[in-house]
Design a protein around this ligand. Structure first.
Ligand SMILES: N[C@@H](CCC[C@H](N)C(=O)O)C(=O)O
Length: 369
């Protein structure tokens, strides 16, 4: 019996219900010891932690209640012990991320190889990616970098940037309406936290030029790839390619059937065939879309570097743009994803895409690195 790892989870109330399953899974799968701290406040603060009993689950799977130790008195987000990674896990409609305060360095505190381990849902924390809050460049407030769960580094992440904005309010103890300028691999992104807690993000302009997406699919006269034929495993799909800084291939159906039933798709089979198709030199995120009406779409996604996820913000933006270009939808629509809806607007005024949706804390934790 090896006790190789200690992970502290600071759980908000809804997640306490899954305490026993979290502990049991971890104990049996990785021989770790877990200490779990019920916390009544969104941001861990001294008072609730001190008042809360501490549940300890040891490697022998016995449970005991302990008095909190001295470290509980520290504000969680101020912790800086070397050898440990302190993180906050967030999700945007079930697209989940490990958020790391990296404001003191331009080098990510986690390597791509470590990110793969941290994202593992059985042997790690479990997430679709690791996101770093870094110093801003060129006059921006902050820089966002992200590793996918396979360790690759995408240019942008829509759900991630909403989580990033919420994390910034935690780090800076801000409340109410806030807006930040964020430098990303896709250029300047501006999230704004609204009064209702949702985050509206100016995602910038979509990129349609085939060589910039990038795709080797033959382009139309205006250099875009709209409703073009893509053969995947003997089936001809109609696809529109859009970059939101990162590359997306959007399909509303095949040549035989324009009426896609997205719930019937075997994503694990078809997704990787799009992702690694030779016409996409940088690989691709693929969105499969069902049209309910001109203002209501439903999509499932296979993400580059992360597989089937519950939501993809850049994907939903690409879907809205593709839907307008193919004539399926108006410029403002609701996109239903497995994890919930996003509101998307492709503005005629400035050609920018605006995405609005939630971002929530899941738990606070520490892992040895
Ligand atoms: N889920 C994200 C997109 C994350 C990056 C993507 N996997 C890629 O490699 O481009 C989103 O919400 O946009």
């Amino acid at each position: 019996m090896a006790i190789a790892t200690t992970i502290s989870l600071h759980l908000t109330p809804p997640y306490l219900r899954s305490l026993s399953s979290v502990s049991t899974k971890a104990l049996f799968r990785s021989s770790c010891s877990f200490s779990v701290q019920p916390n009544t406040a969104l941001r861990p603060a001294i008072t609730p932690v001190l008042r809360s009993p501490r549940l300890c689950v040891s490697a022998s799977s016995s449970m005991s209640i302990e008095a909190p130790d001295a470290t509980s008195q520290l504000s969680f987000l101020d912790r800086k012990e070397s050898g440990f990674l302190h993180f906050v896990k967030y999700h945007g409609l079930g697209n989940d991320f490990i958020l790391v305060d990296n404001r003191d360095s331009v080098e990510p505190r986690v390597t791509p190889e470590q990110a793969v381990k941290l994202c593992d849902r059985n042997f790690g924390i479990g997430a679709d990616g690791v996101i770093f809050v870094m110093p801003g460049v060129n006059g921006t407030d902050y820089t966002m970098r992200i590793f996918n769960s396979d360790g690759s580094e995408p240019e942008m992440c829509g759900n991630g940037v909403r989580c990033f904005a919420k994390f910034l309010t935690e780090l800076n103890s801000l409340h109410g309406k806030q807006s930040f300028t964020i430098h990303t691999g896709a250029g300047l992104i501006v999230p704004e936290i609204q009064d209702d807690g949702k985050v509206r993000v100016d995602m910038g302009e979509p990129i349609l030029r085939a060589s910039d997406v990038p795709t080797k699919l033959p382009a139309n006269q205006d250099q875009s790839v709209v409703k073009s034929r893509l053969n995947v495993d003997g089936i001809n799909w109609n696809v529109t390619c859009v970059s939101m800084g990162n590359p997306h291939c959007v399909t509303f159906g095949t040549e035989e059937s324009q009426d896609l039933r997205v719930d019937e798709l075997n994503l694990a089979d078809i997704g990787p065939k799009f992702e690694h198709h030779m016409v996409f030199p940088a690989r691709i995120n693929t969105e499969f879309v069902q049209v309910y009406s001109r203002s209501h779409l439903k999509m499932r996604v296979w993400e580059r570097g992360a597989g089937a996820t519950l939501a993809c913000g850049t994907g939903a933006c690409a879907v809205a743009v593709a839907a307008v270009l193919e004539g399926h939808a108006d410029r403002t629509c609701t996109v239903d994803l497995p994890g919930g809806p996003l509101e998307i607007e492709w503005s005629e005024e400035d050609n920018h895409v605006y995405m609005t949706g939630p971002a929530e804390v899941v738990f606070y934790g520490s892992v040895p690195l």
